[in-house]
Design a protein. Structure first.
Length: 202
C-alpha cells in the first residue's frame, strides 16, 4: 500500500525500543520537522496555489499535536535526553536526491514529503505490532493511520498539480533512491535510520 522499495525488518522495532529516550527524542524532532516542512511548502508555493492552505495548515497542526504527545511521553518518564550530534542523514540524503536545496521543484517537494510519511507509517506499524496490547502500541497504531493519510495527501497533491503520469513516474524514481538511502544508513535509535543484522534477524 505504501509502495516502498525497502521493507524495514521487524528487528528494527526491537532495536529502537531498546533506547526509548533517544528514540522518542528523534521522533519528537521528526514531528516538529514535518510541521515546519508543511509551513515552508505553504510559504513558498501557497500564493500560487491557494487550495494548499487549509490542507497543509491542518497537516502542520496535526504534526504539532503529535510532537506534543511525544514530548509528554518523554517528560512523564525520562530526564530530557541530549540531542545527538550531527544532522539527519536521511533528510539530507532525500534533499540531495530530490535537489531540494533552494526552492527546488514543487513536485519533488511534495513527493519527498510523501516518502517520509510513508516510511514513518511503515515504521509506526512495526512499533504498533511490537507493542500490541500496551498503551504505547495503541499510540503508534494511531500515528500509523495518521501518517498513511498524510502519505496519501501528498501523492494526491502531486497528481492533482502535475498529472498522474508525471507524478507517479517521478515518485517511482524517488522511491528507488529512498530505498537505497535508508538501506545504507547506520543502525541508530532513530525513526529513519537503518537496522543492524537484518539478514539474520527476521
Ligand atoms: Fe506525525
Ligand atoms: Fe505526518
Amino acid at each position: 500500500m505504501l509502495g516502498l522499495h525497502y521493507r524495514t525488518p521487524r528487528a528494527w522495532a526491537r532495536q529502537v525500543l531498546s533506547d526509548p529516550p533517544q528514540f522518542l527524542l528523534d521522533h519528537y524532532f521528526c514531528e516538529l520537522k514535518a510541521a515546519a516542512m508543511a509551513r515552508r511548502t505553504l510559504r513558498i508555493h501557497g500564493k500560487r496555489r491557494p487550495g494548499l492552505k487549509p490542507l497543509l495548515n491542518a497537516l502542520a497542526d496535526e504534526e504539532l499535536e503529535h510532537a506534543a504527545q511525544v514530548e509528554r511521553l518523554i517528560k512523564e518518564k525520562y530526564p530530557w535526553p541530549k540531542a545527538p550530534k550531527g544532522g539527519n542523514a536521511y533528510a539530507q540524503g532525500l534533499r540531495r536526491l530530490a535537489s531540494l536545496e533552494g526552492h527546488g521543484s514543487f513536485l519533488d517537494m511534495l513527493l519527498v514529503c510523501s516518502l517520509i510519511e510513508a516510511r514513518s507509517a511503515e515504521r509506526f506499524r512495526l512499533l504498533a505490532d511490537e507493542l500490541r496490547g500496551q498503551a504505547l502500541g495503541g499510540f503508534y497504531e494511531d500515528l500509523y493511520a495518521s501518517e498513511v493519510n498524510h502519505y496519501t495527501l501528498f501523492v494526491r497533491l502531486g497528481v492533482d498539480f502535475f498529472g498522474e503520469e508525471q507524478a507517479l513516474r517521478r515518485l517511482e524514481e524517488l522511491r528507488i533512491g529512498e530505498a537505497n538511502l535508508i538501506r545504507g544508513l547506520p543502525a541508530l535509535p532513530r525513526m529513519h535510520y537503518g537496522c543492524a543484522d537484518f539478514e539474520t534477524a527476521e
